[in-house]
Design a protein around this ligand. Structure first.
Ligand SMILES: Nc1ncnc2c1ncn2[C@@H]1O[C@H](COP(=O)(O)OP(=O)(O)OP(=O)(O)O)[C@@H](O)[C@H]1O
Ligand SMILES: Nc1ncnc2c1ncn2[C@@H]1O[C@H](COP(=O)(O)OP(=O)(O)OP(=O)(O)O)[C@@H](O)[C@H]1O
Ligand SMILES: [Mg+2]
Ligand SMILES: [Mg+2]
Lengths: 165, 156, 156, 165
């Protein structure tokens, strides 16, 4: 199982629809301060089912919707779609390709879908939880989060291993 | 449940020692259970000692040394219980040139085991890319992404 | 006591706006009191907005942008209520090349106001040194320091 | 007032007596990971009167004494001396040059002196507190401590300004 592509639209600084295609192996993302690199990490964290705004550096869930720029009005919704190659069948679903999508409207309404079929956030979380991807304590290391591995309590380090196992 | 944890811990501990010997050549590292009698609730302590030093207390290690020890722990978990992909955001910020080289060698080793996405603003980290994305924001507050496929990433 | 704080706050706030306009060219920054009615207990909030962006929430700023805002606050305090010397340990870790340049220009501005000691493992930061110390540890666990006086630091 | 020199002996990785001379202007300290750069910062923090081991990344005060290396036995004491130019008279003491010294023995005993005259830790702290140097919340920014300026509570930021004023 691996990531095939990530489509971001209206999420944080991605006012314009953007698609990143991933290969097996190493993908490196570079750019200046404030260009949007960590926002890509936030987009993946979000579409995989993150709950609560603080995991995404915000204070309200609405903070992930493009807030506008000097020549650009704010948008009304944020949408992220992650397409995963499932040819090894790790995800318990009968598709070779699995597209997970999450949308948030400024009204506060959310939509979720798997391969175009509407579902609940819980369905996305459950689909992923057995594949070693669902919770991302250790698969996604956010900026400045590396030292937490060492400064954490011993019980928290245990939890990392338990979740990975 | 306890056996699942015990087995996982032993695998991670085994790989930790191996990986630390590469990240700290000549040094050593070990994971230990805070309460081996109580496998249900025990926590995990990390010991790491760079070559030529006798200080083992993690808090006294330098910023770069702590980053290397933390990366050792994470990659030991990656190897013992693999996930399909990993996303690492600027984890090499505290590393000097030599440690960055060792870290990139580790990435090289892992590229066939898992899919890795590395976020960085350092040029040397670009060398290991199979695929490179450049992110910009041209004063409009809107991110733009440009991709460049590398046909031959530098093998470290 | 309250007047001492009020006066100091106003001076710091004034310098903060000035310094932020250099660290974020085209952007703006402001300090505000959380409770202007209660000068005895009020806290201080930091607002900073890089050029071309409308997001003002500090938590949403990037790693490098947060470093620049924090440096703006510190140097505003340095200028409003100077201390004889400052010791800064790897404060430029999250900065890209352009922001590092702006930070080094700020150091250049301050070199006549206060004595500054900068710890770094980045080569470009060496350019502003009047006096340079190299620190090494040759596998013996013992630090050795070598000094090199710069007769003409690079004026940024 | 400015720093003239720092002498470190037996403190952390400084097993050999080391002297750093400072000029007015900018001094830059460079070196590889783990070479001892932040230990220099710890030495200054310590001689200026830091209390409690955690300000110096340790868990016991004794952690600052050189613990030995593969070919070097541990030492019995740590000593740091900071010499300050006082020609502007900022420090309320009738000397043009002020040398502050702090020593810790493995037995746990401490010694302090100002220009060679034994004194208490409190005397050092009081000498410095009026000069804008005594407490170092903002004059010394430790590694990884920069973001704390922003993540601190608003009351703590107020305290920074109060102490500087
Ligand atoms: N909802 C939003 N609408 C518009 N812009 C946003 C929104 N949320 C965040 N941003 C902007 O995105 C930028 C941060 O991007 P990001 O954290 O991805 O930067 P980065 O490339 O990781 O930089 P660094 O190298 O400094 O870590 C900030 O300038 C912030 O103002
Ligand atoms: N009491 C002690 N005795 C001997 N060595 C010590 C003692 N305390 C700390 N050290 C050693 O000093 C080293 C840390 O030095 P320091 O934090 O100054 O490094 P640094 O140059 O700042 O590195 P970085 O660039 O990674 O931040 C550690 O390797 C640690 O083991
Ligand atoms: Mg970032
Ligand atoms: Mg350091």
């Amino acid at each position: 199982m691996f990531l095939k592509s990530l489509e971001i639209k209206g999420f944080k600084s991605f006012a314009d629809r953007t698609e990143l295609v991933f290969e097996p192996g190493v993908t490196v993302v570079v750019g200046p301060n404030g260009s949007g690199k960590s926002n890509i990490v936030d987009a993946v964290t979000w579409v995989l089912g993150a709950q609560g705004p603080r995991a995404l550096r915000g204070s309200k869930m609405e903070d992930v919707i493009f807030a506008g720029g000097p020549q650009r009005a704010a948008l009304g919704r944020a949408q992220v779609m992650l397409t995963i190659d499932n040819s090894t069948g790790i995800l318990p679903i009968d598709f070779v390709e699995v597209a997970i999508s999450r949308t948030l409207y400024r009204s506060g309404e959310s939509e979720y879908s798997i391969n175009g079929a509407p579902c609940r956030l819980l369905d996305i979380q459950e689909l992923l939880s057995d594949s070693g991807v669902g919770r991302q304590f250790h698969t996604i290391v956010g900026q400045g989060q590396l030292d937490a591995v060492l400064s954490a309590r011993p019980e928290d380090r245990r939890a990392v291993i338990e979740e990975a196992a | 449940i306890v056996e699942i944890f015990e087995e996982a811990f032993n695998d991670v501990a085994h790989h930790f020692e191996e990986i630390i010997s590469k990240l700290f050549p000549g040094g050593r590292g070990r994971l230990r259970l805070t309460d081996p009698e109580n496998l249900l609730e025990t926590g995990i302590e990390v010991d790491a000692r760079p070559a030529g030093k006798s200080v083992r207390k993690l808090s006294l290690l330098s910023g770069g040394e702590r980053s290397m020890a933390a990366l050792g722990f994470l990659f030991a978990v990656f190897r013992a219980r693999p996930s399909p992909f990993y996303l690492l955001d600027e984890v090499e910020a505290a590393l000097d040139d030599l440690n960055l080289h060792r870290f990139l060698e580790l990435i090289d080793e892992f590229r066939n085991e898992s899919q890795l996405v590395l976020i960085t603003h350092q040029k040397r980290s670009m060398d290991v890319a199979d695929c490179l994305y450049g992110v910009t924001m041209q004063g409009s507050g809107v991110t733009k992404v440009v991709s460049q496929k590398m046909t031959d990433p530098v093998r470290i």
